[in-house]
Design a protein. Structure first.
Length: 97
């Protein structure tokens, strides 16, 4: 059994919810894997696995942070934090991967 899931590779629903809550923290628009790991107490590798398995719910920014790390948020949080104009311009300029 893995640290983040059961014997069949599914992620633990509690850990999934913890990661989603961290990504939707109102103090942040975008989060790094390391930031989510620090906030949740999960290993960065576990956070990466959860993000991979939630790929339909997660947005990765095509623009990394100042240290070159990938930034993530949920689709729901993105809609809540970005205005319509910003979302349209982002889509047109391909700023969100």
């Amino acid at each position: 059994m893995s640290e983040t899931g059961d014997a069949k590779g599914r992620i633990d629903p509690d850990q999934r919810n913890i990661v989603v809550r961290a990504l939707e923290d109102p103090n942040y628009e975008w989060r790094t894997v390391e930031g989510v790991a620090e906030q949740t107490g999960l290993a960065a590798s576990s956070v990466r696995q959860i993000l991979d398995e939630l790929n339909g719910e997660i947005i990765r920014s095509s623009i990394p942070d100042e240290s070159g790390r990938n930034l993530y948020t949920t689709r729901k949080h993105y809609r809540q934090t970005q205005g319509l104009g910003t979302r349209i311009l982002s889509a047109l300029s391909d700023k969100v991967a």
